[in-house]
Design a protein. Structure first.
Length: 175
């Protein structure tokens, strides 16, 4: 029965740790800003996963609350500094993050780009279905974002909307 519950489980300490870490995260987010947990780049995602891992470690192991809070704060400060450097230097920005890649240009699937991005055509079609695309002629563009998400820019079947090409600024048309 120890695998379900053990009398030496530090349940009260875990609950206190949860409250403490939530307060720490709120304070850090208020100081550093909402970008703390944004998912604009792959490194943003990696930092968020790392922070989740630290929280897990603090709540389920012998890592102290202060040690966890300092580790989280350190990662958030590094994220903040990287975002500042990225904004000030296009060289650093291009080193840190990938530019988005066009997967469909209008109703045309760009197979070379799919291959480069290691995205299967079935995965692309799945994203079109999720976006409620009923036919390829509705598609203006499909973009593999720098976060790994796929954005589908489309209009409904009966809409006559002029597509604003500025929505594709910074998007690579070829790998």
């Amino acid at each position: 029965m120890d695998w379900i519950y053990s009398s030496d489980d530090p349940l009260l300490q875990t609950l206190i740790g949860c409250v403490f870490l939530v307060i720490v995260i709120i304070i850090y987010t208020r100081i550093i800003g909402l970008r703390s947990f944004a998912k604009f780049t792959a490194y943003d995602f990696a930092f968020t996963v790392a922070i989740g891992s630290i929280i897990s470690s603090v709540l389920t192991s012998s890592t102290s609350l202060v040690h966890g809070a300092i580790a989280i704060g350190g990662l958030l400060i590094i994220m903040f500094l990287l975002s500042m450097l990225q904004r000030k230097s296009s060289t650093i920005s291009s080193l840190i993050s990938n530019d988005p890649l066009l997967l469909m240009d209008g109703n045309k699937i760009l197979y070379d780009n799919l291959k480069y991005a290691r995205v299967e055509e079935d995965q692309l079609i799945s994203k079109l279905r999720e976006a409620n695309v009923l036919n390829y002629d509705q598609v203006h563009a499909v973009v593999l974002e720098s976060t790994g998400d796929i954005s589908v820019l489309h209009s409904s079947k009966n809409e006559k909307v002029k597509f604003d090409d500025s929505l594709l600024s910074g998007v690579r048309r070829t790998p």
